[in-house]
Design a protein around this ligand. Structure first.
Ligand code: AN7
Length: 345
């Protein structure tokens, strides 16, 4: 089958308008990659859903094809979102595709370079606020109430209609529903969307394992975090919009949500790249970090199980994190003998 994006593939199972042709960059259909080395060391059958291979480098494209298509059907000329970066880049790309203006609010100084580069390259109006993502979300909600601007954050139900398709892809690629699905949780749109997808399938459902960064773990703590802090800037969110829905999904799935430290996140991030050759952004490794932590606490619920970790964004989104703490490459003369000596041969 020729792949023409998520609405072409799954539109009949999406509650969105079909009045206009899909606004698409042929998103979705990302690989589910086995992770045998990491899996063996954890004693599980591990797979990685590599969402960084979407057109703008993150899972956000799944929900943006539907949100922008719906906005186009409703006649929107301008869309707006608050973002820790990936939603901004994705909204900007799909808005360009649809011939719309795009306005994005980002927390000043707290978004990764590749995401800012994307939003700017796609021609969005990028506005930095001296505040957090949560402040930005409050502002764009109000702005879209007061002016004719379509809100494309995941509070928009059309976003989940696209994002839920990842659950169906995972099931088809694995040949069954996984025992556990592990993923990072920020605004909690993705965990809600996966649960919607698995529930709509009507068959078995996985247990969900959500991971928040320790400095931005409102759902784990049970209260809003006023000043969220983590180096995993994508999930630096203190008051998730889909909090209640995520809690319901966690409960219905007999799942767990836990906090992982930045050290644990970065350790998992390095292991994915160096042991499996899969380079994701730091936040994306939070699900893997959570899995490692849970297995160390209580092996029995995981041993020998089929486990899917969702890697939500590409490693190149955040080049600063990739090089931080690693010595710069050494420079040598253009001489093969010096080369061999320097690599110990
Ligand atoms: C790589 O772009 O919130 O729990 O504004 O970029 O659905 O919010 C990004 C979130 C995980 C968390 N991994 O997903 C934004 C934004 C990556 C992300 C999440 C995000 P949600």
């Amino acid at each position: 089958m020729v792949w023409r994006g998520l609405i072409a593939a799954f539109g009949d199972r999406m509650n969105i308008s079909k009045a206009v042709p899909p606004v698409t960059l042929f998103e979705g259909n990302t690989p589910l990659i086995p992770a045998p080395r990491l899996g063996a060391s954890l004693g599980v059958d591990l797979f990685l859903k590599y969402e960084g291979l979407n057109p703008t480098g993150s899972f956000k494209d799944r929900g943006m094809t539907t949100a922008i298509t719906q906005a186009a059907a409703e006649g929107a000329e301008t869309v707006i979102c608050a973002s820790t970066g990936n939603t901004a880049a994705s909204a900007a790309a799909y808005a360009s595709r649809a011939g719309m203006q795009c306005v994005v609010l980002i927390p000043d100084g707290k978004i990764a370079l590749g995401k800012l580069a994307g939003a700017l390259a796609y021609g969005a109006r990028v506005i930095a606020i001296s505040g957090s993502f949560d402040d930005g979300l409050r502002m764009v909600r109000e702005a879209s109430d007061k002016a004719p601007i379509a809100l494309v954050n995941s509070v928009n139900p059309a976003r989940l209609e696209g994002q839920k398709t990842a659950a169906w892809e995972v099931t088809e690629q694995l040949g069954s529903v996984p025992d556990w699905l592990c993923l990072p949780v920020g605004n909690a749109g993705n965990i809600s969307a996966y649960w919607l997808g698995f529930t709509e399938s009507g068959g078995d459902r996985p247990r969900l394992l959500g991971a928040q960064a320790a400095g931005a773990a409102p759902i784990v703590l049970g209260h809003v975090v006023d000043q969220p802090e983590t180096m995993a800037t994508a999930i630096r969110i203190g008051n998730p919009a889909r909090w209640k829905q995520a809690e319901a999904a966690l409960q219905e799935s007999n799942g767990n949500i836990l906090a992982v430290t930045d050290e644990e996140i970065f350790a998992a991030y390095r292991r994915l790249a160096t042991e499996e050759g899969v380079f994701c952004e730091p936040s994306s490794a939070a699900g893997v970090a959570g899995l490692i932590k849970r297995i160390n606490e209580d092996r029995t619920a995981y041993e020998g199980r089929k486990i899917v970790c969702v890697l939500t964004g590409h490693g190149l989104k955040d080049p600063d994190s990739a090089v931080r703490g690693i010595p710069a490459p050494e420079t040598i003369p253009a001489d093969v003998d010096v080369l061999l000596k320097s690599i110990g041969m």
